[in-house]
Design a protein around this ligand. Structure first.
Ligand SMILES: Nc1ncnc2c1ncn2[C@@H]1O[C@H](COP(=O)(O)OP(=O)(O)OP(=O)(O)O)[C@@H](O)[C@H]1O
Length: 302
């Protein structure tokens, strides 16, 4: 085990009554890493995070942050971490500024730092707006600012972009990248595979309380033997012939397009070239979402 790791988790187990939430979870997160925890609803992501954060006690196994046990709760560790939870727990009826100043007071950090964080997440112009009147994206950014006000080294973000429109998500991605680029370790859970692929250095895919795979997104994509999709014009080539020629591929067709999904696209491309069927050809490489679906063997339920 790497003693300098930001997080080291060994064989975590947790049951709730007859439900096994965690069934032996182990992983490490290096300092400065952007790490993603991915998995379907009920996979055990939140339970894992809560144990690592010291909010929940495991039945067995151990979680360390910066080499120190998360349980029992340790005030020194608490000061070094920032937590943004799925449903931001704001103090009611406060303005955005009052909210973050309250957090600054709790952590005994100077008030000026609260104003700086509000500016850093682009909310200075909403300082006097009450938290319940913020948009979803603004509320998420305020929650992140509150989690960062005491300048933690390790930041936990539980589905920070859930429910945001595409533009707000992209804006938040820039903020998350900045947080990591400033030297902080970031642990993210998300149901958006494109988000994990764009942001995370490494991801762990968890299901039924176990880690199925852990590594850089590109490695997982390669390992999962996910398919490449070659999309040709239906008028130029016959789907039946392609099926006979490439039995390992999945060939689907509609009125205009034929989609050949294959783990080995090179011979498919050669065949289409030989048949003069390259016009308007589209090739789509495998994504983390493909790898995820291959690994978890089910539709993604966002
Ligand atoms: N406090 C609790 N009491 C009883 N069962 C619980 C409790 N918390 C979680 N569970 C169960 O443990 C399992 C793992 O839940 P967990 O919240 O960790 O999953 P998750 O991956 O975070 O899911 P989601 O993506 O929906 O947030 C689920 O079957 C869930 O129903």
């Amino acid at each position: 085990m790497d003693a300098s790791a930001a997080i080291a988790v060994t064989d975590l187990r947790k049951t709730y009554g007859t439900t096994t939430a965690l069934d032996g979870v182990s992983f490490e997160v290096g300092q400065g890493e952007f790490f993603g925890l991915l998995g379907p609803n009920g996979a055990g992501k939140t339970t894992t995070l809560e144990i690592v954060e010291g909010l929940r006690r495991p039945d067995s196994g151990q979680a360390l942050m910066f080499g120190a046990p998360s349980w029992p709760p340790n005030p020194d560790l608490m000061r070094r971490i920032g937590v943004q939870s799925q449903t931001p727990a704001f103090f009611e009826r406060l303005t955005a500024a009052e909210q973050i100043h309250a957090f600054a007071k709790l952590y005994r950090v100077p008030a000026v730092r609260a104003d700086e964080m509000l500016a850093a997440v682009g909310l200075s112009d909403k300082a006097r707006t009450r938290v319940e009147q913020l948009s979803g994206g603004q509320a998420q950014r305020l929650a992140i600012a509150c989690a960062l006000v005491h300048d933690p080294q390790l930041v936990f973000l539980d589905e920070p972009t859930a429910g945001l429109d595409p533009q707000a998500r992209r804006n938040l991605w820039d903020l998350l990248r900045d947080i990591n680029a400033a030297g902080r370790t970031v642990v993210l859970t998300t149901h958006y595979m494109d988000e994990a692929e764009a942001l995370c250095h490494r991801v762990a895919i968890i299901d039924h309380g176990r880690i199925l795979e852990c590594g850089p997104p590109e490695t997982l994509i390669q390992k999962a033997d996910a398919v490449t999709r070659v999309i040709a014009q239906a008028a130029l080539v016959d789907a039946g012939e392609l099926r006979r020629r490439f039995p390992e591929a999945t060939v689907t067709e509609d009125d205009t397009r034929i989609v050949i999904a294959s783990p080995d696209p090179a011979p498919v491309l050669a065949e289409l070239a030989a048949r003069g069927a390259l016009r308007d050809l589209v090739v789509k490489g495998a994504t983390l979402e493909d790898a995820y679906l291959t690994l978890t063997g089910r539709e993604y339920r966002a």
